[in-house]
Design a binder for this molecule. Structure first.
Ligand code: SIN
Ligand code: FE2
Length: 194
């Protein structure tokens, strides 16, 4: 494990082999399809999203929030696969968080130049627990801005199976990601939301 910024841990290859995780993404997306959400201002986001776990992150004209039921299907989000939970809890422990207990995982799918602009994950109730972020599929460059959205970010090239963990003083840090380097990239973002 190395720290790429204060309280931002990079665990290279921690999610290898990625095959079982990718199969789980596939089965989640059959029950809760990837879809393009809109920002509260009405702009479509370039990544496509779905969720698993007890609740799921959602955005539309009513704002950013967590939903217990998938608004697209009316059903609860698919349960978090054990392989997901184990990976997230083990990565958090390795990064110094002994009691991580994520209740949701946001899945992002990036195709055709999709990216994620600088933002911070601030819709959760519990900021004492870290974010665990896993790359699957194609590689991409992750951008860590830290306390302010501006300035030149730390650039981290993430390959499939790489895991980032950020918390404590970095929990509300600004971050984004560039488009995948060919092919489709998936990202799993684990959180304690409620
Ligand atoms: C996110 O911040 O929601 C996704 C980051 C990533 O895809 O690496
Ligand atoms: Fe994020």
């Amino acid at each position: 494990m190395i720290f790429v910024a204060p309280e931002v841990a990079l665990l290279r290859g921690f999610g290898v082999p990625t095959g079982p995780l990718e199969e789980a993404v596939d089965s989640i997306s059959r029950a809760a399809p990837f879809r393009q959400l809109r920002t509260p201002g009405g702009r479509p986001m370039s990544a496509q999203q779905t969720n698993c776990g007890d609740c799921g992150w959602y955005s539309d004209s009513a704002g950013y929030r967590y939903e217990t039921f998938d608004p697209l299907t009316g059903h609860p989000w698919p349960p978090m696969p054990e392989a997901f939970r184990h990976l997230a809890v083990d990565a958090a422990r390795r990064a110094g968080y002994a009691h991580y207990d994520p209740d949701t995982c946001l899945l992002n799918r990036y195709v055709d130049g999709a990216r994620m602009g600088a933002h911070r994950d601030a819709d959760e109730r519990d900021f004492t627990q870290p974010i665990v972020s896993v790359t699957l599929g194609a590689a991409a460059t992750f951008l860590w801005y830290g306390e302010a959205r501006k300035g030149s970010p730390v650039r981290i090239r993430l390959e499939p199976g790489d895991v980032l963990v950020w918390g404590r003083s970095a929990r509300l840090g600004y971050h984004g990601v560039q488009p995948p380097e060919g092919g489709t990239r998936f990202n799993l973002t684990f959180r304690r939301a409620r």
